[in-house]
Design a protein around this ligand. Structure first.
Ligand SMILES: Nc1ncnc2c1ncn2[C@@H]1O[C@H](COP(=O)(O)OP(=O)(O)OP(=O)(O)O)[C@@H](O)[C@H]1O
Length: 274
C-alpha cells in the first residue's frame, strides 16, 4: 500500500510487494472546504477485493476521503479537490466522468441506516428501476439474491411488502447493504456502518462485511480499533497535522497493529494518543 512521499515521516509498507492489484489509487489528493485544507497530499492505493479500514481521531478527514472516491464532494458547496483519484483506469476527477455511473460502481453505506420509506421489496426494486431494470421477474430474482447475500432473506421473505422502517436497526443496515449490492458495485464505501448498532448486531454486520471480501473492494471507516483488527486486511491511519488531515501510515493489519512504523500509529493503537 502506498503512502505519501512528502516530508511528513511517512513510509511504505514492508508488505507492499505482496499486495493484490490496486482497485483505487489516489495521488497527492488534497481537499479544501472554502480555504480550509482538510486533507493534504494523500497518496494511497487500495487493494482490490480486500477490506481496508480507515482509522484515526475525529476530524482527520476519513469521511472527506471517502467522499472523493465517488465525487460526493461535488454536492458540497465550496469543496475543492486537487490531485488524482483513479478507479482502475477511470480518472474519477475528470470533468467528463459520469458521476451517476461512477456512484453505481462505488456504492456508499452510511453510519445511520437510511432505508427509503417504502416496503422492503421496493427499497431494492426502486434503484434497479431507476437504473433501467424494469422486468418484474428479473427484479424479483435480484431482490431475493441480494437479501440472501446479506443474510436477511429468511427473516423477511414472508413480509417483503411491509415497511422497511419497521425493521430493527441491524436489519435496516443489512437492507441498505443489499440495496447497494443490487446495483452490482465494485467498491463499497462504509462510513462507520456499525456505530449505530448494539454489539450483537454489530457482530452480524461484521460477519456480513467479511463474507463480501473478495467480491468487492471495501473501505470501512471505523473508530473501533478492535473491529478494524478483526475484519480488515489493510489499515490506513489518518491524523491531523498542522491543521490538515494526513495519511500517517498504511499497511497490512498485522503490520499496523503488531509492528507500526510510526510513533503516532503505535501511540494511537495502544490508546495513549487520540
Ligand atoms: N461540509 C464541510 N464544510 C466545512 N468543513 C467540513 C465539512 N465537512 C467536514 N469538514 C471539516 O473537515 C475536517 C475533516 O472532517 P471529516 O468529517 O472528513 O473527518 P472524519 O475523520 O471523518 O471525522 P469523524 O471521525 O468525526 O467522522 C474537519 O475539520 C471537519 O470539521
Amino acid at each position: 500500500m502506498n503512502t505519501p512521499s512528502s516530508e511528513t515521516e511517512l513510509i511504505s509498507s514492508p508488505c507492499e510487494e505482496d499486495l493484490p492489484l490496486p482497485c483505487l489509487y489516489t495521488e497527492r489528493l488534497s481537499l479544501y472546504y472554502n480555504s480550509k485544507l482538510a486533507l493534504q497530499d494523500l497518496t494511497i492505493s487500495i487493494p482490490k477485493g480486500c477490506i481496508t479500514a480507515l482509522i484515526g481521531p475525529s476530524g482527520c478527514g476519513k469521511t472527506s476521503f471517502l467522499s472523493c472516491l465517488n465525487r460526493l464532494t461535488d454536492l458540497i458547496p465550496n469543496c475543492k479537490i486537487c490531485g488524482q483519484v483513479w478507479l482502475e483506469d477511470l480518472d474519477i476527477l475528470h470533468p467528463k466522468t459520469d458521476t451517476v455511473a461512477l456512484r453505481r460502481r462505488v456504492g456508499t453505506i452510511f453510519q445511520k441506516p437510511n432505508p427509503f420509506p417504502f416496503s422492503i421489496w421496493k427499497n431494492i426494486a426502486f434503484p434497479l428501476r431507476e437504473h433501467g431494470i424494469k422486468d418484474r421477474q428479473r427484479i424479483d430474482e435480484i431482490v431475493e439474491q441480494v437479501l440472501v447475500d446479506v443474510g436477511l432473506w429468511d427473516e423477511v421473505k414472508e413480509r417483503l411488502k411491509s415497511p422497511a422502517l419497521r425493521l430493527s436497526g441491524g436489519q435496516k443496515q443489512r437492507l441498505c447493504i443489499a440495496r447497494t449490492l443490487a446495483l452490482q458495485p465494485e467498491v463499497l464505501l462504509m462510513d462507520e456502518p456499525c456505530s449505530a448498532l448494539d454489539p450483537i448486531t454489530t457482530g452480524i454486520v461484521e460477519d456480513l462485511i467479511v463474507s463480501l471480501r473478495g467480491k468487492y473492494t471495501i473501505l470501512i471507516v471505523t473508530h473501533n480499533l478492535a473491529q478494524a483488527r478483526r475484519i480488515a486486511d489493510y489499515v490506513a491511519l489518518f491524523w491531523v497535522k498542522d491543521g490538515s488531515g494526513r495519511l500517517i501510515e498504511a499497511g497490512s493489519v498485522k503490520q499496523i497493529f503488531e509492528n507500526p512504523q510510526q510513533p503516532i500509529t503505535g501511540a494511537y493503537i495502544s490508546g495513549s494518543r487520540g
